[in-house]
Ligand binder design. Structure first.
Ligand code: GLU
Length: 310
């Protein structure tokens, strides 16, 4: 792939103003795009109606600009793209991969407790795979491959339920969708499209080649790769940066007390974000936004290379 085909993105959920944790993800994705002379897009993940805060998206986009990160194309709003999710969902339904589920959270939790007592699985147990047994549908799930016990002795690479990928920061990853996740939700009981479906459809349709984001999403990646395969979409390359945690070791978010960034002091926050990413910035990087990025782009490239050699 030539470098100019690189397309990256930052995809914030507008649940509040940009905070230090989300700045780290934005900066990492921006630096990676610029280090590859590629494009960088912003996508507002506002399909989770109950969590979306009015005005937060505009605030995030304005803050990114103040911090010197301007998207190369107008932002994409997930709330305006539901027809695309419906189409992808219909495609999965047509091949029998999507099925309705009537389980409540409590029913799933109870069956997981029972399964745990038997030391079997912590994944959704597939209760509704065989039908709803007269109950009303609540959500829709995607059928994942069975973890073929018959193949237990074969190499794990032969198991269709195991998804492998090479993360550019975290190294080789694998997850068994059958035993660790189970059939996962595409359409939620509250009438919203699930993040997993929307993110896969949007990344593919925007031609995203490189995804750079926080390591809290590492655990979602195998599901997304599986969905890409089911929908005949290409798999981008992935890089997950370490998440920022608070003093209690919780991921920094609005819920865990993250403060909004002070947009009048972008350089201080950017330098702190660069330190979190382990970038070795040349002297003078603190003088202006231009000087910061001139130092940070090559420092990022060096950092990623060092991570890969580890
Ligand atoms: N909207 C997600 C978040 O803010 C990020 C999704 C992604 O980068 O794939 O955590």
């Amino acid at each position: 792939m030539t470098e100019s085909l690189y397309r990256g993105r930052f995809a914030p959920s507008p649940t509040g103003p940009l905070h230090f944790g989300s700045l780290v993800s934005a900066l990492a994705s921006w630096l990676d795009a610029r280090a590859h002379h590629g494009g960088w897009l912003a996508r507002i993940e506002d399909i989770d109606g109950p969590r979306t805060v009015r005005g937060a998206a505009e605030d995030i986009l304005a803050t990114l600009e103040r911090f010197g990160m301007r998207a190369d194309e107008p932002p994409v709003w997930q709330s305006r793209r539901t027809a695309h999710y419906e189409r992808a969902f219909a495609q999965l339904q047509a091949v029998g991969l999507a099925y309705p589920c009537s389980c409540t959270r409590k029913e799933i939790a109870d069956s997981l407790v029972r399964a745990h007592a038997r030391h079997t699985t912590l994944a959704y147990p597939g209760t509704c795979r065989s039908g709803l047994h007269g109950k009303a549908p609540r959500a829709w799930r995607l059928r994942v491959p069975d973890s073929s016990n018959a193949n237990a002795s074969a190499s794990p690479t032969d198991n269709p339920a195991v998804i492998h990928f090479d993360d550019r920061w975290q190294g080789p990853q694998s997850q068994n969708l059958a035993t660790e996740v189970g059939d996962f939700v595409l359409y939620r009981a509250d009438g919203q499209w699930a993040y997993q479906l929307a993110v896969v459809v949007d990344d593919a349709e925007a031609g995203i080649t490189h995804i750079v984001r926080g390591a809290d999403l590492l655990d979602s990646t195998a599901r997304q790769i599986y969905l890409q395969r089911c929908l005949g979409m290409p798999t981008p390359s992935y890089l997950h940066v370490p998440v920022v945690v608070n003093e209690q070791g919780e991921k920094l978010s609005k819920q865990t007390g993250a403060h909004p960034l002070d947009a009048s002091q972008p350089l201080d926050a950017l330098q702190a974000a660069a330190r979190h990413l382990g970038l070795d910035l040349a002297a003078g990087a603190h003088r202006s936004l231009d000087a910061f990025y001139r130092a940070a782009i090559p420092a990022w490239a060096t950092r990623v290379e060092a991570t890969q050699k580890r």
